[in-house]
Each structure stands twice: as C-alpha cells, then as structure tokens.
Design a protein around this ligand. Structure first.
Ligand code: NDP
Length: 450
C-alpha cells in the first residue's frame, strides 16, 4: 500500500528530521506517524507553528552516548555502547525505560524516546519523555556478567540522573534484576538512597505493587474499553499475543482474568499454539525462573504445538496483541489476521505494526489502537511508584490496580474525545497523537524558548 501524503504544514519538519538524523529509520518512522496526525492541529493552533513547537519537539533536549567496558567471566574485556536520549522535559523529569538488546542503536533509542513524550503526556501525569539502553545482549550471560555490565553502565549514567531530572525504568532485556543492580550502583556512587531515581524496583526496596504487571494489564484494560464501545467484552474471545516477556505474560494473565482465551504466544525463535489456553503458571515458571524458551513450554505441555520460525499472526483470532518488538506485524501478517477474523489489534509493544500493516487493518475496519496509548499503563504505574517514593508510602495491590484501570480508561476516553474534536471519530491513532501532542505543546509554549 502506498504511503500517505504528509500535510504541507508539517512536511518541511519531516524533511529536516531526515536530513539531521541520517540512517535512523525507526526514528523517521515514529516521527512521520505523529506528523501525519498533526495537520488539523496546526490549522486550529497557528501559535504552535509560530513558536516552531513541532520542530523543537523533534530535536532531543540532550543525547548522551557513552562507552561501557566490562569483563566477562573468562576475564576478557568486553565493550558495549550506552545511550540515554533526554527528549523532552516540558511536563516533568525525563521518564522512560532502558533497553538491553543487540539491535539497540541511536535510531531505536530516539524512536522510543520520541514515542515516550506523547505517551507520558497522554497519561495526564507530570512526566517528560526519554529513553536509553545499550547494544549489550543479556542472552547467555551469567548473573555475575549481567551485574558487572549494569554496574559499568550506571558508573557513567548516574551523573545524568536524579528524581527531578531523569528517571529510567525497564524495557526489553531490563527487568527487576537489572534495575536492582543499576540502583545498587547508583546508591553506592552517590551515597544516597534516592528511591525515586529508578522505577521498576523490587517490592522490598521501594518498588510499587502492580508495576511488574502494569503494561500487560493496562493493555488489556484498554482493549476492554475498546470492546465496551460496542457493548462487547473479552468473555470467550480468542486472543493471540506475540512475545513471552514481561508485557506478554501479564497481558495473557489479564485476558484470562477477564474471560478471554490466549491461544498463542511467541519468542524470537518461534511460536506456540495451545488451543486449551496458555498455561500461565507453566509459562511464568519457564520464563521467569529458568529463562527458557517457548520450545521448552511446548515440550512440557500436552496438546501444545511449537512452530519454528513462521508468524504467530497465522493463528486465527478475534483480538491480536503485538507485545514483542518494533515492526513485528507487517502487511502480510495484517492480511492474514483479517482473513482469520481478527477485529481488534492493540499494540502492547512500541511501534510493532508497520505503517503498511496499519493501513491494511484500518481499510478492513479492524479497530486499531497504538502503543503510545495502549501500553501507557507501564509508565503510569512508574509515575505512581515515584509518588509513593516521594511520600515514603506504599499502596496495596488492589488500590494500585484500580488507579491503573482508571488511568487506562481516561487515556482511552481522551483518545476518542480528541478524535471526535478533530473530525476523525473512532481514530485512536489521531486521538492519541493529537491529545499527547497538545498537552506537551501547551507546556512548551508556557515555558518559553528553552
Ligand atoms: P522482554 O524483554 O520482557 O520481552 C520481550 C519479548 O519479545 C521476548 O519474548 C522476546 O523474545 C520477544 N522479542 C524481542 N525481540 C524480538 C524479535 N526481534 N522478534 C520476535 N520476538 C522478539 O520485554 P518487554 O516485555 O518489557 O517489552 C516488550 C515490548 O513492550 C517492547 O516493545 C517494549 O518497548 C514495550 N514496552 C514495555 C514496557 C514495560 O513496562 N516493560 C512498557 C511499555 C512498552 P526473545 O526472548 O526470543 O528475545
């Protein structure tokens, strides 16, 4: 399918982004996706154009790239590259996760940081946007190697962080274990027990209830809201989830809680089809305990079928939740989903659906909701963790989950109200982009040229 044409009011901004950030393909894609929605906003608010708000938003406030040397268990020197892109702090301290994956380079970190600005704005909470990570590959590394890497990474990064400055969290390859090693090193270097400097901490050392579950649970709360607009529920629905990491596992848990059945999930080697419904206890044991693979799940579960390679989108379902990584659902996958009866696609991951696939889904009338709205539950609960840290308080699971559900409902409603206001009813992409943008843009205008 051909690309849509950018509104002429924003096309020069996009050309400038391409020129200033050569080769950063994912960043270009993320910027373009937002700019496509902003034509009517610029018409309604010429003040944004006068103050060059969109151009300024596309340029990070600060980009940090650093060397991360460490020694492996054999005593050999290893070298990785670390990144932190502090994109926009008009609404609050920079906030966004750290990703450890061999594919990480500046273009990935910038796409994620850019998305994070609008996502964080949509939550209505006082958090700016940023993202970081490294091309370090944790797969196959020992505990001691992971710890040494995290310590070296933080030995540079600590000077850029602070509870009022920049507050990282986890992402792909960074969970509670890594946040623990990072926090430990921060505390050691600064001699400060500054809980609010990282989120995703363990429950016994400043973490929040529901943070581990938040992104997956939040995504499913969002799907529930989508279905509610047509009087439906998840009860009895066939659901496919890609990935089997943090977001995927807790999305599966919440789908099951709400009466749906997840019949397939995946990792980067293949996928499992389990018509009886994914056995979550077994999946958690394999993934969280032994850090195993989906092939291990299939080997231990009667009736489950493992498919090497291939695409999890070949499995017919009514609701699809891409929860693994960027650009994992392409046009072919979208067409296969439609042929299999899929009616709702909600992005648990960041930018998992290619622009072509989004067009295919929408042309077929599939309700499509973008990651910056659907997966905002993670960062929202991180902001709740910061609130608890600031007040030295600790809330119950039930109270925190209710707050998360309320936040997801209000993000959903804000997307639809904004889509209505700008003449694109039912368009979650336009609604999320415009609602996220206008809150940041207004704050940037108020703060002057900084
Ligand atoms: P995890 O590292 O816990 O899990 C990632 C999962 O995706 C694994 O199952 C992994 O498989 C799979 N995966 C990664 N790369 C690929 C690939 N190239 N092809 C197929 N599968 C792949 O990460 P999270 O669950 O935390 O993050 C998943 C997505 O959700 C990311 O896009 C992230 O940015 C986004 N997100 C996460 C949030 C959070 O709170 N954690 C918050 C908001 C968004 P394998 O083990 O084989 O690598």
């Amino acid at each position: 399918m051909t690309e849509t044409v950018l509104p002429s009011s924003v096309a020069p901004v996009f050309e400038e982004v391409i020129r200033r950030n050569p080769g950063e393909r994912e960043f270009h894609q993320a910027v373009r996706e937002v700019l496509e929605s902003l034509g009517p906003v610029v018409v309604k608010h010429p003040e944004y154009a006068d103050a060059e708000v969109i151009r300024r938003l596309c340029e990070p406030e600060r980009q940090i790239i650093f060397r991360v040397p460490w020694t492996d268990d054999a005593g050999r020197v290893q070298l990785n590259r670390g990144f932190r892109v502090e994109f926009n702090s008009a609404l609050g301290p920079f906030k966004g996760g750290l990703r450890f994956h061999p594919s990480v380079y500046l273009g990935i970190v910038k796409f994620l940081g850019f998305e994070q600005i609008f996502k964080n704005s949509l939550t209505g909470l006082p958090i700016g946007g940023g993202k970081g990570g490294s091309d370090f590959d944790p797969k196959g590394r020992s505990e001691a190697e992971i710890m040494r890497f995290c310590q070296s990474f933080m030995t540079e990064l600590y000077r850029h962080l602070g509870e009022h400055t920049d507050v990282p969290a986890g992402d792909i390859g960074v969970g509670t274990r890594e946040i623990g090693y990072l926090f430990g090193q921060y505390k050691r270097i600064t001699n400060r027990y500054e809980s609010g400097v990282l989120t995703g901490k363990g429950l016994t050392w400043g973490g929040s209830q529901v943070r581990t579950e938040a992104t997956g649970y939040g995504a499913v709360f969002f799907v529930n809201e989508i279905l509610r607009t047509t009087g439906e529920t998840l009860e009895g629905k066939r659901v496919v989830v890609s990935g089997s990491g943090n977001v995927a596992i807790y999305a599966i848990e919440k789908v099951h809680d709400l009466g749906g059945r997840v019949i397939a999930c995946s990792d980067s080697n293949g996928y499992v089809v389990d018509e009886a419904g994914i056995d979550l206890e077994l999946l958690k044991e394999i993934k969280n305990g032994a850090r195993g693979r989906m092939s291990d799940y299939a080997a231990r579960r009667d009736g489950a079928v493992y498919v090497t390679g291939g695409s999890v989108w070949d499995v017919a379902c009514e609701v699809a939740l891409p929860c693994a990584t960027q650009n994992e659902l392409d046009e072919h996958g979208a067409a296969t989903l439609i042929a299999g009866g899929c009616r709702v696609v909600a992005e648990g991951a960041n930018m998992p659906t290619t622009p072509g696939a989004v067009r295919v889904l929408r042309a077929a009338g599939v309700r499509f909701a973008p990651g910056k709205a659907v997966n905002a539950g993670g960062v929202s609960t991180s902001a709740l963790e910061m609130q608890q840290n600031a007040s030295r308080d600790s809330w119950s699971f039930e109270y925190t989950e209710n707050r998360l559900a309320e936040i997801m409902r209000s993000i959903h409603d804000r997307c639809l109200e904004t889509a209505d206001e700008y003449g694109t009813p039912g368009d979650y992409v336009a609604g999320a982009n415009i609602a996220g943008f206008t809150r940041v843009a207004d704050a940037m205008l108020a703060l002057g040229l900084v």
